[in-house]
Design a protein around this ligand. Structure first.
Ligand SMILES: Cc1ncc(COP(=O)(O)O)c(C=O)c1O
Length: 464
């Protein structure tokens, strides 16, 4: 490090690695202060804690880099191979050529703006048919920038006015509550019991909203290995939920990105059980293929009729909104994802046999370590318990103290372990004494050490 004058490469600043031919950047001018922007004059969502939760977690993770973090819901890095991106891109280009595309068409397919609804819809429809028993025409699919964009499009289209509400299973993924907040859409939380969601609670919430003169329009839920709780909805509840939706004329937004990264046979999706067009299925390749591609999709095969009686698909309406949000999803990203699907014979599941086994083992290791660190009699005395998800990335631990930001800072600083306060995921409050552990991003060795540290932390907190 004598050349750089720093103690290690890690402490070397960017100026040391900048190519010598590039001029040093000019000092950034001080921001103009005459405009006098006040936060109160910006959109209200920017003062909503829901938009800050992830920032706080990132900050903690950066502040305590030595801590073992059970916070990120990211796939394990060990499965990614940079060279594969080129192989998959080539695979898709070969597919276009063998399907009769001219060199100019192949070039456009990568370089140009693409169709707003996406250019790999046939392949996605095929993978849904093979893997998920979801049989829909490609025209009912909109390829999106992650499931996140699909949420924005669906919420914007389906919840039109201030008297309309979006019901959400609670706790729920912050992406949906954040999207609703950005769009000034009212969300009503339907709280899950400890063992999962109950249809009676949804029905009660629908009736209560109707009694207040509001129109419940849709219900958002993650039926499989939910983020954050880890719970999975039993088959009977799925059927019951579809009945409730029918009876009360609401749509269901099904967001289930953890199915194929979970071991064993999965229960049928709500969409595959749906006989009356109640389900809009929101898809994501972030956990199954790779999140950097930012490829997701919405399956919206519902018919929409206008005042003249003309009909079209809900997908077409979502596509109109998308044309004003992201115009189209990156064709390069779509091409890589398409190459992956083609290489796996059109099945996302084929690409996930190893990953599902790995994450299944990670969950098992976590549960075993928790059981070892907290023997049964001590567990009850301490008031510590956890659920036992059969897949996915997350589990919930109940603790005998407030699992808030202050506790998290102490856990990171003094015990070297980071987790997510479950209260982040309750849109209308709750979850104060529970925390979320994500098991996906760590090695099994890190999990064992992390759980031991967590156990020390929990014991040190006692009841408070
Ligand atoms: C339930 C759920 N939905 C959607 C997403 C995000 O999907 P995407 O990366 O496709 O936007 C996540 C990511 O953590 C998630 O947990």
């Amino acid at each position: 490090m004598t050349l750089t004058g720093t103690r290690s490469t890690a402490t070397a600043g960017p100026e040391l690695v900048r190519p010598p031919t590039l001029p040093a950047p000019r000092q950034a001018p001080a921001p103009p202060n005459g405009s006098g922007l006040r936060k109160e004059d910006l959109h209200g969502s920017l003062r909503d804690p829901v938009l800050d939760t992830m920032n706080f977690l990132n900050e903690i993770t950066h502040r305590y880099p030595e801590a073992i973090s059970f916070a990120p819901g990211r796939p394990y890095d060990g499965f990614f191979d940079t060279e594969q991106i080129f192989t998959y891109l080539r695979r898709y280009l070969d597919h276009l050529e063998t399907s009769g595309a001219s060199p100019a068409e192949v070039r456009s397919a990568l370089f140009q703006y693409g169709p707003t609804s996406g250019q790999i819809r046939e392949l996605i429809a095929e993978s849904l048919r093979r893997d998920e028993d979801i049989d829909v025409p490609p025209e009912s699919i909109v390829v999106t920038v992650g499931a996140q964009e699909a949420m924005v499009l669906a919420v914007r289209a389906l919840i039109p006015g201030p008297e309309d509400v979006l019901l959400v299973a609670s706790p729920c993924y912050v992406g949906i509550t954040g999207a609703a907040r950005l769009l000034d859409v009212v969300t009503i939380a339907v709280e899950e019991a400890e063992d999962g969601f109950r249809c009676a609670d949804l029905e009660a919430a629908i009736l209560a909203e109707k009694a207040r003169g509001r129109r419940p329009r849709a219900f958002y839920v993650t039926p499989d290995h939910s983020n954050p709780s880890g719970n999975t909805m039993p088959l009977g509840t799925r059927r019951e939920l579809l009945d409730v939706a029918d009876r009360h004329d609401i749509l269901i937004l099904e967001d289930s990105p953890y199915r194929m990264v979970s071991p064993g046979q999965q229960l049928p999706t709500l969409k595959s059980l749906d006989r009356t067009g109640r389900v809009v299925h929101l898809g994501s390749f972030s956990k199954t293929l790779f999140p950097g591609a930012r490829i997701g999709f919405a399956v919206a095969d519902q018919l929409v009729t206008d005042r003249t009686g003309a009909t079209g698909l809900l997908a077409d309406e979502l596509s109109k909104i998308k044309s004003m949000v992201t115009v189209n999803t990156s064709p390069v990203s779509q091409a890589v994802v398409a190459g992956m699907l083609l290489a796996a014979g059109g099945r996302t599941s084929q690409l996930n046999t190893k990953t599902a086994a790995y994450y299944g083992d990670a969950m098992r290791v976590t549960l075993t370590e928790l059981a070892t660190c907290f023997p049964e009699d001590e567990r009850a005395a301490l008031g510590v318990r956890w659920n036992e998800p059969t897949g996915g990335f997350f589990l919930t631990v109940t603790v005998p103290f407030r699992a808030d930001n202050a506790a998290l800072v102490r856990s990171a600083e003094e015990f070297g372990v980071i987790w997510t306060p479950m209260s982040y995921f309750y849109p209308q409050g709750g979850g104060d004494r529970t925390l979320r552990l994500s098991v996906s991003y760590l090695t099994h060795g890190q999990i064992a050490e992390g759980v031991a540290r967590l156990a020390h932390f929990i014991r040190s907190q006692g009841h408070s």
